[in-house]
Write a new protein. Sequence first.
Length: 474
Amino acid sequence: MPASQSHVRGQAAWVVWTDLVCLLLSGVLAVAIRMREVGMGSYLAEHTDGLILFVASVFLANYLAGSYRLQHAFSRFNLVVIWFFSLSVALIVLSVTSYAWFRMLLGRGVLGLWLGFYGGLSLLTKLVVYRALFQTSMFECRTAIIGSGRRAEELRQILESPFVLPSHKVVAFVNVTHGADGQQVHGEAAADGLLTLESTPAALLQAVHRLGVSLVVVGLDNPAQAKPYQAQLRRLRFEGVEVLLPLSVYQLYTGRTPLDLVTEDTLNRFSMESDMPMVRRLKRIMDVLITIVVGVVLLPLALGIAVLVKLSSPRGPVFYIQRRVGQFGKTFRIIKFRTMREDAEKETGPVWSAANDSRVTRLGRILRRFRLDELPQLVNVLKGEMSLVGPRPERPSISAELVTQIPFFEERENAVPGLTGWAQIRHPYGNTLEDAIRKLEYDLYYIRHVSLSLDLQIILSTMRIVALGKERAI
């Protein structure tokens, strides 16, 4: 069963309608204040195309940035970044269209007031109202988990995370007894008040209906044990109750693909379902356009950094060039500003950089903290060796070692490596085997769900990391 969000579509619709009300209310206030003499009716009639274009631009930007989806990692800073992005997109679209059509679609006064009113109202709504409202019982997603073992408890912790919006409440564990065929359901309350039901396969529908849940999660340690009652699970889907398998829960609520749930069949299905082949050409076009613009804007900063690197170490090179593994296992030469001593690997050879690596220079620590050492990699993006977004490329020796220790590690080579990636914004810096496993789980999720919208969300989140100087890629 593919991952879905049908159990939270009502909440998503509520977010969309609230955003629409904020937009329309702000527009009415802007026109009413600015056009008292002309009249609201006549102004709206004359500028209908501009009004529609502005509203459509804001909605499209919010949709692409992920504002209307289930939130599994609530962040006020990300909300502010997305808010600023949506307003910027709307302003750019209106400006470009006005110049193209040789007429002002919306007056500057009305547009300024509209942006101000909507910006303040929508930001207040998203920062305060959404979080408070989606934690109430009115929007709570009641959930039942089939199973009561280790996997079921782990899934419960994920679903009831305070960062998941709308909030989820697991009301019962349901153990299905395969030996009986009668319509039997009985249960008992656990120490923490959570109900544990014992049900037969034939009585599963009755048990779920009695609980009044909108989501059923298969939390068995061995999902194959659910085979005797697959027909009942399908019936629930047709009745409007969402049913998720463990892999779908991890992907939907944590944004990763646990390796212990991955098989060859899983990867074959991922390869058939992934939009990577279709998105690849669009990604390449966007990579080139964005890289040219960003490169021109940041060229003075890059030149300044180059001078500082040279002044801090006159005998050493400005750039650090290193071989990395690219798409389909092909190696390429990655370019970075040098942040370590010139002889950093003379004795150790190729090794992971540590969080507080003594080989890093004082200037290098600053560059790494804000990811400024990565700026020269825009050249790699222009050459097509890298993308703006994708799995981070590893060194050949480290990659060869990880392939022997981590199953399916080579799968990440099916994507073009990126300047930033889903793993980099979802998992903090690390240099252990466990860190590599967790980042691979995020990379597998990205390869399966790749889209321009996901790339945009990653870029916006990377802006947060750069602005605050947190978490650096390996």
